[in-house]
Design a protein around this ligand. Structure first.
Ligand code: NAD
Ligand code: DAU
Length: 368
């Protein structure tokens, strides 16, 4: 078995599905707290698959994690569990500190104790894979070279600071205790099962529902987009062949300004599902107040993982975004489940918060 945390979330869910799509794959024990971002509907196809054991639990619950490690004896742990949305971290950082830092610490401690008790062969084979983000490196100017693994950590949001802290813990557990870790720092993911608080799924769903497509600030912020299936294949590669104690940057070589991403989505939707009035979805684009402390540019230099492990993304942005939009068009049941749940409450809260500091009716008429 392997133990996956956060496997009901966006990337964790895709990872579990991709892993088990291989008929010969080892089983997965999937521990997830099922916060607003955890969605068991993503794992629906595994309901009758005996290789998948779902456990509703918190990575901070040492008793539970110790029990699971004893019972299932995994040969690896892949830690996806986290609070992951930057806007939420600005609004309320406490959960980010709790799960991303304290939770990761508890998980590391349980895993270290378990690993210490393994017999030599199993101990040698064991891996703790920590899934992290490019945001720990801070923000680039337009002319800076892309982030490499040796860039200094300069996190700017409560989210990225909490992820940076967990990366440091993981690093220290390797150097101090010899605990066998690998860390991956990945750029922005997109693809199926993405919770629609993040830019790409939010824009697809708002477009289809005749709502505004909110662009923060001037829309010129740059992100480096990676199709989620490519992130999953990179994690499998690093887990299998990564060097202990190393970090690997994972990215898609797809730097795009937010406004261009949104325009591309509109163009594809115009083609696949034209508006009833024949106008472009781009008409719904609305510039809104910027995110506080908004990082200007992320870009990943993924040469190391290519050079050392032979991994490269399979999708370009053009192929990946088309697949993603088609998936949202083909899966109304998954979307309806999300939209009718706590997502609604969050949108309300988010926009109330954004609106607090501005002249409401003039700047955000679309929200009324
Ligand atoms: P997500 O928010 O969609 O999913 C997170 C999952 O973790 C949810 O299922 C949630 O229920 C679970 N969870 C939260 N707190 C938990 C806890 N205390 N115990 C157990 N489970 C808990 O996030 P995601 O986008 O799938 O990101 C997964 C990981 O990848 C995170 O660590 C994130 O920092 C990292 N990452 C994300 C991206 C991205 O673009 N989404 C890019 C790079 C790295
Ligand atoms: O870089 C990796 C990170 O990517 C991950 O570590 C995070 O977990 C993940 O959420 C993502 O963070 P971002 O803040 O970059 O993603 P988000 O989808 O929230 O925003 C992408 C860009 O779009 C960002 O510049 C903010 C902007 N944006 C976002 C939303 C939700 C808008 O302009 N309008 C919006 O409504």
């Amino acid at each position: 078995m392997i133990l996956v945390t956060g496997g009901a979330g966006f990337i964790g869910g895709n990872f579990v599905l991709d892993w088990l799509a291989n008929p010969g794959a080892e089983g997965i024990v999937n521990v997830d707290k099922l916060t607003y971002a955890g969605n068991l509907a993503t794992l629906d196809s595994l309901k009758k698959d005996a290789r998948h054991v779902f456990v509703h639990g918190d990575i901070g619950d040492r008793e539970l994690i110790a029990k699971l490690l004893k019972e299932y004896k995994p040969r690896a742990i892949v830690n996806f569990a986290a609070e992951s949305h930057v806007d939420r971290s600005i609004h309320g950082p406490a959960e980010f500190i709790q799960t991303n830092i304290v939770g990761s610490f508890n998980l590391l401690e349980c895993a270290r104790e378990y690993w210490n008790g393994l017999e030599a062969g199993a101990k040698e084979q064991f891996r703790f894979h920590h899934v992290s983000t490019d945001e720990v490196y801070g923000s680039l100017s337009m002319t800076d070279p892309a982030f490499t693994e040796t860039n200094p950590y300069e996190p700017n949001s409560p989210y990225s600071a909490s992820k940076a802290a967990s990366d440091h813990l993981v690093r220290a557990w390797f150097h101090t205790y010899g605990f066998p870790v690998v860390t991956t720092n990945c750029s922005n993911n997109y693809g199926p099962y993405h919770f629609p608080e993040k830019l790409i799924p939010l824009v697809i769903l708002n477009a289809l529902n005749n709502k505004p497509l909110p662009i923060y600030g001037d829309g010129q912020q740059i992100r480096d987009w990676l199709y989620v299936g490519d992130h999953c294949s990179a994690i499998r590669e690093v887990l299998a062949k990564g060097k202990l104690g190393e970090t690997y940057n994972i990215g898609g070589w797809n730097e795009k300004a937010n406004i261009d991403v949104v325009k591309t989505i509109c163009q594809i939707l115009d083609e696949l599902k034209p508006r009833s009035d024949s106008k472009s979805y781009a008409e719904q684009i609305t510039f809104v107040k910027d995110r506080p402390g908004h990082d200007r540019r992320y870009a990943i230099d993924a040469s190391k993982v290519e050079r050392d492990l032979g991994w490269r993304p399979a999708e370009t942005f053009d192929t990946g975004i088309r697949k993603t939009i088609q998936w949202y068009l083909d899966n109304p049941a998954w979307i309806e489940g999300v939209v009718s749940g706590s997502y609604r409450d969050w949108l309300q809260k988010q926009y109330n918060w954004n609106l607090k500091t501005v002249n409401l009716s003039n700047e955000y008429p679309h929200l009324w």
